[in-house]
Design a binder for this molecule. Structure first.
Ligand code: FE
Length: 317
């Protein structure tokens, strides 16, 4: 609530909270995500929702930004967004139900590291969660008189926070309509086919360029989760760390046309694509939508290469 009165724009989604995925080897996942990516392992549990590990970035204060559940199959369980107020759950539940989608309440105590939430299936076939009450575990820096630089004992790439994720949808426009109608998300950039259909869309509520991106593909598909880095030097250092550990790099370091960000894509040992990302722009609510046309798709995706690497648009979980 800002200045004592609440508008529609004040309501609802703050940002991406966490991404929940599955993987067939939790020991390998723990080793990779702590030693190579450099996340903090917050908790491991086997009581709620199976055998799971929860990770956070060093500058994040909430319980986790990534949960990995044991499953023989690699895939996405859900994407979870944080809402500003507990009452947002009621208001947004009503909006999702009015859209014609069933909503399930998850009671406090049913999920690790957080209180009550709502879950539902998006038109793109993904499970989406909204939550307000997340356990605070604190960051690596104090909130009073902190050092302005990262802690010196970080291991691996050590991104300060989760940035965004990218999901697939058969009908990108349908998913964009849902996210805009129910959650007042802003469309920062889009890719249009020659017929004018959306084949890519970038949506935000947090003021970042995007909290979630959607590209055309099979419903329920998951493309990548992305971690923020502070600058280009850190992207270069990340590439060194990935090469040192023999992590398969998908592409990069390079630059996107879309978002203008610098990036590296790589795969965790189980096959989920990760990204480290920096150098994009802040997006105000009145930021005008940037449109890319299909004939410029190569430059939009990878500005330096000017084309897809033959895998980027097709490989996903
Ligand atoms: Fe990305």
């Amino acid at each position: 609530m800002r200045n004592g009165c609440r508008s529609v724009a004040d309501m609802g989604l703050l940002r991406l909270a966490h991404v929940d995925i599955s993987a067939p080897d939790l020991e390998l996942a723990a080793a990779y995500y702590t030693q190579v990516l450099g996340l903090d392992l917050v908790e491991r549990t086997s009581d709620l929702g199976g055998d799971r590990i929860f990770f956070k970035c060093w500058d994040e204060r909430d319980h986790h930004c990534l949960a990995i559940r044991y499953d023989p199959r690699v895939g996405l369980d859900r994407i979870s967004f944080k809402v500003e107020f507990e009452t947002d759950l009621d208001e947004l539940e009503a909006k999702v139900e009015a859209y014609g989608i069933a909503v399930r309440r998850v009671a406090k105590g049913e999920e690790v590291g957080q209180g009550e939430s709502i879950r539902f299936q998006t038109p793109s076939g993904h499970e989406m969660e909204l939550v307000h009450d997340i356990v605070k575990v604190g960051g690596r820096l104090p909130l009073v008189n902190p050092q302005p630089v990262p802690p010196l004992d970080l291991v691996g790439i050590a991104p300060p926070r989760l940035d965004h994720c990218l999901i697939l949808a058969e009908e990108v426009g349908e998913m964009v309509h849902f996210m805009q109608t129910c959650f007042d998300m802003y469309l920062t950039e889009q890719v249009l086919t020659s017929e004018g259909h959306q084949m890519g869309a970038f949506l935000q509520r947090s003021g970042r360029m995007h909290d979630v991106a959607i590209i055309q593909g099979p419903n329920g598909g998951f493309h990548h989760l992305s971690f923020h880095l502070d600058d280009w030097d850190h992207v270069r250092r990340a590439a060194d760390i990935l090469a040192y550990h023999g992590v398969p790099i998908d592409i990069g370091p390079t630059r996107h046309g879309i978002s203008r960000g610098n990036t590296i894509y790589f795969f965790d040992p189980m096959g989920t694509r990760n990204e480290v990302f920096t150098g994009s722009y802040p997006a105000d609510p009145d930021f005008p939508t940037i449109t890319w046309t299909e004939d410029n798709l190569g430059r939009a995706i990878f500005y330096y290469e000017g084309k897809d690497n033959g895998r980027f648009l097709t490989a996903h979980t």
